[in-house]
Design a protein around this ligand. Structure first.
Ligand code: PEP
Length: 243
């Protein structure tokens, strides 16, 4: 089981040090065999996070990377720079990036290429809006979002999918367990049908995962892990989700 935490633009240096020590001391030793933790702090703290987690199994990731390799792109952080911090992962296609930064499939292909070339592993987020959910177009939406992986033509891309319904992110709402299961199976089938990609891609669920629903979500055979936003900012809640 994968436990990924997206801290978004929250916390400060003190928080990062505190929560990392909590996770190292109070969660990691109790994690079940075969489980992994991936923590995604704000990019400014990546180097500190990789330093603090050195010699542990905790892996560190960024929340985004630039679509460009380098150059005059003020404020952006390249995939290679992320890799230089010792981070191994990058989240791409998060709905907040799609929504607030107008990220589309074409841009995401470039981001995937740069991440791949820099040796980063990718957590690729997909998910439908509430309107798409109500209109019954979830599958078409996901198919379109997943087509980026195929179109990027990166045979050895190391990635997992995070299924995150946009309407479930930060709202306290989550799909029914059966809906999560059916959609995860749909995503896995889509990936298998895509010849150039690995057959056994892990699919995480994200969107209002909490200590109350984590156990049931994790029990679904199609769920390989969870991507946790709000609840990962509390080491107590994150512990209850992980253990
Ligand atoms: C997220 O934004 O990736 C997320 C899963 O958020 P939350 O857990 O707060 O819904």
């Amino acid at each position: 089981m994968i436990y990924a935490a997206n801290w978004k633009m929250n916390g400060d240096r003190e928080f990062v040090h505190y929560i990392l020590s909590q996770i190292k001391d109070n969660i990691l030793p109790f994690l079940s065999y075969g489980s992994d933790i991936i923590l995604c702090p704000p990019s400014i703290y990546l180097s500190e996070a990789t330093d603090i987690c050195k010699n542990t199994s905790i892996e560190i990731g960024a929340q985004d990377c630039s679509a460009h390799e380098n150059g005059a792109f003020t404020g952006e952080v390249s995939a290679q720079m992320i890799s230089d911090t010792g981070s191994e992962w990058v989240i791409l296609g998060h709905s907040e990036r799609r929504q607030y930064h107008a990220e589309n499939n074409i841009l995401l292909i470039d981001k995937l290429r740069n991440a791949h070339n820099a040796g980063l592993k990718v957590i690729f987020c997909v998910g439908e809006t509430h309107q798409q959910y109500n209109e019954g177009t979830t599958r078409e939406t996901l198919k379109d979002q997943l087509s980026v992986l195929d179109n990027a033509r990166l045979a050895n891309l190391n990635y997992m999918i995070a299924y995150e319904p946009v309407w479930a992110i930060g709202t306290g709402l989550a799909p029914e367990l059966e809906e999560i299961d059916v959609i995860h199976q749909f995503i896995k089938k889509q990936l298998i049908d895509t010849a150039i990609l690995p057959k056994k891609t892990r699919v995480l669920y994200g969107g209002s995962v909490s200590p109350n629903n984590a156990k049931d979500i994790k029990a679904l055979a199609s769920v390989d892990g969870v991507l946790v936003g709000g609840a990962s900012l509390s080491s107590d809640k994150f512990k209850q989700i992980c253990i």
